[in-house]
Write a protein that binds this ligand. Structure first.
Ligand SMILES: [Zn+2]
Length: 251
């Protein structure tokens, strides 16, 4: 083989190798899609790579003043004009959570600033433990209708409303109570006439806590332990009714 031909062939081979390298390294370095994280699109799922590219898990857990967009979404739904609680009393919490699907979900809650830091800490510990939470959307998505969001197994905190069937303000009305995996951890009260009032109405089978089922909160549950350690009481411990989804700040 002539020397010039050899040089030409070597050059061609090198070019080919470079092209291959460029191709494969391109496939590796294509940046993951972080747009759902940048917009904090609650309800979306993201990959672990996207979370890393966004700045890491730490950046996905925070409590901030209520952003304008969130405040606008709350009006006439979870927020109603009232003399007790205003925008400055509330915080917007961002968190990641796992469900049984093995995917990372984006969640958000609105809570009282008094519990914001510990709520973020609890949600972070639940995430690190891969504790399953199906949905963490603002109740505004469901028109702030509690029955509807519970049927959807939504987890949430602030909603300006009275305790069902009374004029007493709920702890949710001050953003001091958190409901977790609400369909599987219902509220119920046995009436004097022997009938049972259940919320959500579709959760009657989950009032029986003797069996094992997904999302069940009991005294062995991590969620129960973390809220208790942070100064909350559990509605599952109440005597006259049971509210297994409910953790409220002890005052
Ligand atoms: Zn509740």
């Amino acid at each position: 083989m002539k020397k010039t031909t050899r040089i030409l062939l070597t050059a061609l081979l090198l070019c080919g190798a470079q092209a291959l390298y460029a191709c494969s390294s391109n496939a590796i370095t294509t940046p993951p899609d972080t747009s759902a994280l940048a917009r904090w699109q609650a309800g979306a799922t993201v990959s672990a790579e996207a979370v890393e590219a966004f700045g890491g898990v730490d950046k996905c857990f925070a409590a901030d003043p209520i952003p304008d967009g969130v405040w606008a979404r709350m009006q006439g739904k979870t927020y109603k004009e009232n003399p007790y609680i205003g925008r400055d009393d509330l915080r917007h919490v961002r968190a990641l959570h796992w469900d049984y699907d093995g995917q990372i979900h984006l969640g958000e809650m609105v809570c009282n600033k008094l519990i914001a830091d510990r709520l973020v800490r609890i949600l972070r510990q639940l995430y690190d433990a891969r504790y399953p939470i199906q949905r963490m959307l603002l109740p505004d998505v469901y028109g702030a209708d509690d029955e509807t969001q519970m049927r959807a197994n939504n987890s949430s905190c602030f909603c300006y409303r009275a305790v069902a069937g009374t004029k007493v303000l709920s702890k949710h009305a001050r953003g001091l109570a958190v409901d977790i995996n609400t369909l599987y951890n219902p509220y119920y009260k046995d009436r004097a006439d022997g009938t049972r009032y259940v919320q959500p109405a579709t959760a009657a089978q989950y009032c029986d806590r003797t069996g094992d089922f997904p999302y069940k909160i009991d005294h062995h549950d991590l969620c129960y332990r973390l809220f208790r350690e942070a100064g909350f009481e559990w509605g599952g411990d109440w005597r006259t009714c049971k509210d297994f989804q409910h953790f409220e700040l002890k005052e």
